[in-house]
Design a protein around this ligand. Structure first.
Ligand code: ASP
Length: 336
């Protein structure tokens, strides 16, 4: 069965799927072509362009907005937006100056996805600040989706990226303090964040996304989280919408979080409802330890509506829309 026919059947079979106000709800059910037309003509409710990102990253969203205003596409916008945080040494969860693993090595994970469903990813990348750009190169210049470790680094160098030491004095000091004071307990500190996931919609309503991180601070050597895993840390379907994640990557991977959010939007949920339901999948697992870790999602649908939700408080999104750059507090599951 073709994908769209399956979706149509799922939509009308009523397996708990809401239909109101969505791209799919207004389509003609009679043919696949009509389905595509209906999606293409989905009314865009937001003014475009639009950029949203995890956490308080106003300079990054401003950069992305600038790219879009100057005729750049959504892919350029998310790449260049994320690069702002990768080079920002004060952000110790991304790029240069990111917290190292427990052996003192800074290893980066990133991915990017365009409006045509193409994607690229790097995992366990060392010595290259702009992991998101290497991920884009993987997407555009290789027949592969994901490169890891030494291979990813060699590919980056051969593509013109300069290798450098990513461990700054500040992050080295923090790691040395952690070594003395801590037992190994890789539960993400609810305050230790700023991994950047960014989604952009250009003036034509086309969506791209990117996600970049140094991962969980003081992780085991070799540990990879959700951020470079397409479907977990990021997923874009230009007909439906996009989602990106932050927080404890293991929990996002176990529920294929970003793909789940996009699929829920496909079935009729608003971005807000989809993010809430995906968080629900994590907290409602038997014996979930959710009180001790953070996960947050942000999403946008094809109409330009946005949503966000996290387990704990202290999650915010930065949204550049209608010419305004705003850091907005997100809603969360644990109300105290
Ligand atoms: N999701 C990232 C990871 O698990 C970390 C974060 O978002 O803070 O590697």
């Amino acid at each position: 069965m073709k994908r769209r026919h399956f979706i149509k059947k799922a939509s009308v079979s009523g397996v708990g799927i809401a239909l109101a106000g969505t791209a799919l709800s207004c389509k003609d059910e009679s043919s696949e072509e009509n389905t595509h037309e209906a999606i293409a003509s989905t009314p865009i409710r937001a003014s475009l362009p639009l950029v949203i990102a995890t956490w308080n990253v106003m300079e990054a969203t401003a950069k992305a907005w600038d790219v879009l205003q100057n005729g750049g596409n959504a892919l350029d916008a998310v790449e260049q937006g994320c690069m702002v945080e990768e080079i920002n040494e004060n952000n110790q969860t991304v790029g240069k100056g990111g917290f190292p693993d427990r052996d003192g090595n800074v290893t980066l994970d990133a991915c990017i996805m365009d409006m045509n469903g193409n994607c690229g990813s790097v995992v366990y990348l060392q010595n290259i600040t702009h992991a998101v750009s290497v991920a884009r190169k993987v997407m555009e210049d290789t027949p592969h989706v994901m490169l890891a470790g030494e291979g990813a680094k060699q590919f980056a160098i051969s593509s013109g990226f300069e290798p450098e030491d990513l461990l700054t004095e500040a992050s080295k000091k923090a790691w040395e303090k952690w070594k003395v004071e801590s037992e190994y307990k890789p539960i993400i500190n609810i305050e230790n964040h700023d991994t950047i996931g960014m989604l952009a919609m250009d003036k034509n309503g086309n969506i791209s996304g990117a996600c970049t991180t140094s991962g969980l601070a003081y992780k085991m050597g070799g540990r990879v989280g959700d951020s470079p895993i397409i479907g977990s840390g990021l997923f874009v379907d230009n007909e439906i919408g996009a989602c990106t994640a932050t927080g404890l990557g293991e929990e996002v991977v176990k529920t294929v979080g970003s793909f789940l959010v996009v699929e829920l939007m496909r079935q009729g949920r608003s971005p807000q409802q989809a993010c809430e339901e995906a968080i629900g999948r994590i907290v409602n697992k038997p014996n979930s330890n959710y009180k001790n870790f953070q996960v947050g999602y942000i999403a946008v649908n094809k109409q330009g509506e946005t949503g966000s939700y996290s387990i704990h408080e202290h999650f915010s999104i930065t949204k550049y829309h209608d010419g305004k750059n705003e850091n907005i507090k997100s809603d969360f599951y644990i109300k105290t």
